[in-house]
Design a protein around this ligand. Structure first.
Ligand SMILES: [Zn+2]
Length: 233
């Protein structure tokens, strides 16, 4: 899951913090900052992203218009998460932690908690998967929930891209291909699948990280290795 940075609250031309009269008005600013991706499942969705409240607005009305409480979410992640009251410390969050370290993706389209994490972090990562329902696969998948299918299709696409890249590399055309790959990756979404499959190619990983607007800069070192953003992860 991509670690994101929404940045500070947007400013008006006179330098004052922008005040939203409704949360929907933050959508454009959030997309400018973090791209057209669901913050949780990481699908690219040009049209149907909603402003997501980390703490539900129904329970925390004071946070309804609060920039720091916003992410972007698809209908499926948003509706599964619903309006449950949350203890934020029970979860990992893509705007706080380095969630790229938290999950592993497999070719069957599934997402797994990274067993290299300590048990407490594994629990928090699992809580996040449960919260937004990212483990809906063949058996409990519905026509209106394309997340698993899209993840599976993208995994194949990325694996295919790796083969093509390695072939280009062997013919001395690796650099040109790398530039194309960055854009292709960001057009397709699912940031962490790209990083995982291109794990042996830091030059490509660097392009991918740059191409997805709003990826947290403090989540990767100079060699593109994922590093902790907080004391926890
Ligand atoms: Zn989603």
């Amino acid at each position: 899951m991509r670690p994101v940075d929404r940045g500070e609250s947007p400013k008006e031309e006179d330098g004052s913090a922008r005040i939203y009269t409704s949360y929907g008005k933050a959508r454009r600013d959030l997309i400018d900052r973090m791209g057209q991706y669901c913050s949780y499942c990481n699908q690219k969705l040009p049209a149907s992203l909603a402003v997501e409240h980390v703490q539900p607005k129904s329970l925390f009305p004071a946070l309804e218009l609060e920039w720091e409480n916003f992410l972007l979410a698809c209908t499926n992640c948003n509706s599964t998460k619903g309006n449950k009251p949350l203890n934020l410390n029970d979860y990992l969050w893509p705007d706080v932690h380095n969630t790229d370290l938290a999950f592993v993706y497999t070719q069957d389209g599934k997402v797994h908690v990274n067993t290299n994490l300590n048990s407490q972090l594994q629990q928090k990562a699992q809580n996040l998967l449960d919260l937004v329902g990212l483990e809906k696969y063949e058996d409990n998948y519905t026509a209106s929930d394309r997340r698993w299918k899209n993840r599976k299709n993208t995994f194949s696409k990325v694996a295919e891209s790796l083969k093509l890249f390695e072939s280009a590399l062997s013919k001395g055309a690796g650099e040109e291909f790398t530039n194309v790959l960055g854009n292709y990756a960001s057009e397709n979404g699912f940031f962490s699948i790209w990083l995982q499959i291109f794990t042996n190619y830091p030059q490509v990983r660097k392009k991918i990280i740059q191409s997805f607007v709003g990826t947290a800069a403090n989540a990767f070192d100079i060699n593109t290795n994922a590093i902790s953003r907080t004391d926890e992860l």
